[in-house]
Design a binder for this molecule. Structure first.
Ligand SMILES: NC(=O)c1ccc[n+]([C@@H]2O[C@H](COP(=O)([O-])OP(=O)(O)OC[C@H]3O[C@@H](n4cnc5c(N)ncnc54)[C@H](O)[C@@H]3O)[C@@H](O)[C@H]2O)c1
Ligand SMILES: N[C@H](C(=O)O)[C@H](O)COP(=O)(O)O
Length: 330
């Protein structure tokens, strides 16, 4: 029996609790997972939504309990869960839930970590959280230095080569070494976790029209093209640097398995526009598996019962598939 998936609390003032309940309703007969949260503070919402919740003492108990209710591994939170009103006092417990899930995955007690959305600024204010997002925090917890953020939907996969940094810092941080690491990690992840034997990777330019032969910027000529030529000589199937504005229409998408983009929004705007509901965020380059929905805390709709669970369900399903694939090949 594979290990259950560890689902972190995320910010309980966001839509995480509601989505976790809805995901249990959708998956309870086929994919065991457990939520790390405060079972007492979840009680009111569980009652309101008529979702049964069950306390467990260890991850392995989730499998037997799953059919009866959402398994919850209790961790005390400092303040009540008020939809739409994040409380800085809960920041330490939100972080603690992520750390515990990683411990479980590293110990083999959880098949993968699936994270509910956090508010990074809130965690910084409430607990001095020093990381710009889960991706960087998980890499730190796992002792790895080059995490890669891949977002996957049925019609598109994208990777931003630089992640949570200011747009004005992108040109400086875009180096041949950094981009090479991202492309290699992406290539390996597509092979290992997505079962694509010879991944076709499209690489975006940084500038409009991929620089227009240097008229609108030189990064394509000085950094990206020489790197792609070198990696192509090794046999990697790479195209680009491509103008970013024309590489995401349907015919273009059919020609590659993943698009590596130069900065966050260049990658995430197309995928969230195409399929916000089914996008899944996967962290490559960790010794453990981690997926997440592609959306945030959505405070504006928290507590209204209207949040769509599709992306969290897709994240749990993909985590289950990746865990099964790794289990089958390791
Ligand atoms: N994985 C993560 O932890 C993660 C991912 C993205 C954003 N965030 C954080 O979330 C916070 C809010 O970010 P934002 O407002 O830019 O993005 P958001 O994704 O929270 O919300 C954007 C819009 O989409 C709607 N929306 C989001 N998820 C939805 C769902 N499941 N069903 C229906 N509607 C949904 C929201 O109501 C809102 O109108 C920020 O602090 C950001 O850092 C966290
Ligand atoms: N960049 C992600 C997005 O916009 O969807 C999001 O911030 C999540 O990042 P982490 O998984 O690193 O928290």
């Amino acid at each position: 029996m594979p290990a259950p998936l560890a689902l972190t609390s995320g910010d309980p003032a966001g839509i995480g609790p509601e989505l976790s309940f809805k995901a249990w309703t959708a998956l309870n007969d086929r994919l065991p997972f457990y939520l790390i949260s405060d079972i007492d503070r979840l009680g009111a919402l569980a009652e309101k939504t008529r979702t049964p919740i069950r306390a467990i003492g260890a991850p392995g108990e989730a499998i037997a309990v799953m059919a009866d209710g959402l398994p919850v591994l209790h961790r005390p939170f400092a303040a009540s869960f008020t939809p739409g009103a994040p409380d800085p006092a809960n920041a330490p417990a939100i972080i603690d839930a992520i750390e515990l899930a990683v411990d479980h995955a590293q110990a083999g007690l959880a098949g993968a970590v699936v994270t509910n959305p956090i508010n990074k600024a809130g965690l910084k204010a409430g607990a001095g959280f020093a990381f710009p997002g889960h991706t960087e925090f998980l890499a730190d917890l796992c002792g790895t230095s080059d995490p890669v953020m891949l977002l996957a939907a049925p019609e598109l996969r994208v990777v931003p080569a630089t992640i949570h940094i200011a747009l004005q810092d992108v040109p400086e941080q875009l180096t041949a070494d950094g981009l090479e690491a991202v492309i290699r990690q992406t290539h390996a992840g597509l092979q290992r976790d997505f079962g694509i034997a010879a991944p076709r990777i499209a690489v975006a330019g940084l500038n409009p029209h991929a620089g227009e032969d240097g008229r609108f910027g030189k990064q394509e000529i000085e950094i990206i093209s020489p790197l792609l030529d070198r990696l192509r000589a090794e046999g990697l199937d790479l195209r680009g640097p491509l103008p970013a504005d024309t590489m995401f229409h349907a015919r273009a998408r059919a020609s590659y398995d993943c698009a590596v983009c130069m900065y966050h929004d260049q990658a995430l705007i197309p995928i969230k526009t195409l399929d916000f509901d089914r996008g899944v965020n996967v962290t490559l380059g960790l010794p453990i598996l981690r997926t997440s929905p592609d959306h945030g805390t959505a405070y504006d709709i928290a507590g209204q019962g209207i949040a769509r669970p599709d992306s969290l369900i897709a994240a749990l399903e993909l985590a289950g598939q990746l865990a099964a694939r790794r289990g089958a090949v390791s």
